[in-house]
Design a protein around this ligand. Sequence first.
Ligand SMILES: [Zn+2]
Length: 600
Amino acid sequence: MTETNRLPLRSDVETQNTWDLSPLFADESAFQAAFKSAVEAIPVLADWRGQITKSAKNLLDYLVEKDRQALNIDALYSYAFQMSDQDTGNTRAQAMKDQALGLYTRFFSAISWESPEILTLTPEVLKNYYIEETGLENYRHFLEDTLRQKPHTLSAPEEEILSLSADMSYGPQTIFNIFNNADLHFPSIDDGSGNLVEITHGRFITLMESSNRQVRKDAFMGLYHTYESFKNTLAATYSANVKKELFFTKTRKYASTMEAHLDNHNIPTTVYTSLIDTVHEYLPAMYRYVELRKKLLNLDELHMYDVYTPIVHYDSPYIPFGKAKDMVLDGLVPLGQDYLDKLKEGFDNRWIDVYENQGKRSGAYSTCVYGTHPYVLLNYQGNLDNVFTLAHEMGHSLHSCYTNENQTYVNSNYNIFVAEIASTCNEYLLISHLLETSESKEEKAYLLNHLMDQFKGTLFRQTMFAEFEKITHEKEAAGEPLTCDVLCSIYKELNQLYFGENMVIDDEIAMEWARIPHFYSPFYVYQYATGISAAIAFGTKILAKEPGALENYKKFLSSGCSVDCMDLLKDCGVDMTTGEPVKAALKVFESAIDKLIEIF
Ligand SMILES: [Zn+2]
């Protein structure tokens, strides 16, 4: 056995493979200078208290000043978080993050009276305001969305108290993230060729994709036994977050935490429950998939650590990052030259932080501050999955580009319900292209497997997560304590339901809930499932060259949050209130199973 394969220090990573944060701030002293002026500017906002409904001009002047300040804080927040994410062990970045979070708290506290005051405006008065000050037209959707939430907005002093609790309410999430990313260490295992490899968040899935079953099993056991040794702490952290959510649900007079979250974007809870129902309806397709997997892997028993390994033996070589970029460019040709140009601009100008280093945040994301280019954090390992992640995150980034070019700041923040559509559509276009151009039966089979894994991971798995959230939040609301045993048994039962009888549900999987960072943003993950459905609807139309499909898609990308997302999608040809896109996507899954069975 050789020495553990250690990750490089952040300072040793080549500059060209890191993101360039200088468009946000030249350096930390520029950050501190901007922070100082942001702090000094905030009291001006409080001076508008009691003034904004007195005239159209007051309302407009206030909103413009508020947006100016909010944009400055966005940049401070993003810079601090990105600095911290690239190296969570950097204590200065940690302090900057605290500064930025504190700034948001002060900002929201200074404007806590805003919604109650806007709510005193009647539709008639507002109608005249739009005529008096045409600049207010820009704020029409924002103002009308605020009025929509009237039944859930409290009095000014009550709102002030709630806004003061914001910092404190991040507690469970902050504790989980620091624990999970900085303090938690997993054992080293034999990588199958005699090398000791430390299990990390970034490496876990790669290890689980290994064709060597012992490696998969060791990684699986190593990771979950580590989580299990902290099970009570992690259950308490999870439960604290659910309690926090229930507090806000009750104070804002919502019937459930689910309703509270979905109402933010005016999404009916039936979209959530019908997603779960529709997926339940198609679980037999999942059971067929499990059976096929067991057969192709030639196993007597299919275990939870056999879920990620490709069922087709096709040795995909290491994909250098340069090649990954070319693959993404080729796959996204159907989106048109303007799309490809923007993509290339990002590839060539250090929008992306590519490789893993010590202390770097796990996973991948895209982030964007209005007025600057987007950023992508990756933990690139050179496998095909990572190429899809690149396509995915650049989908988010380009969605931001299109929106920012076409919308003002207040209408630029596209909401999370539509956020996963652009990213998933990219993945679907990429895999369709690769399936079409692949030359060998093996490669084709491998890609079909990958496509099915997409469905398994994005539609079935995220719906299972969504169901876990629904159950646990309902239990808390009913006064049932969320102990570790309760969480584990709910989680295990859901795995039994979703994978069916052909899968051995190992006890260790019951701890998986403990490692999902998204659970700290409740009722978020279902949007991956609705997102893939809408994405496949768009992608299918674009690939079929349906008249107007590409224009509709660009319109969707360019609209930001200038209209309600349900209306926008419907207007662009994808109606999510019908449940049909979910069914259509599940049918693509079924046909991928058929095609793979055909090959063998
Ligand atoms: Zn995403």
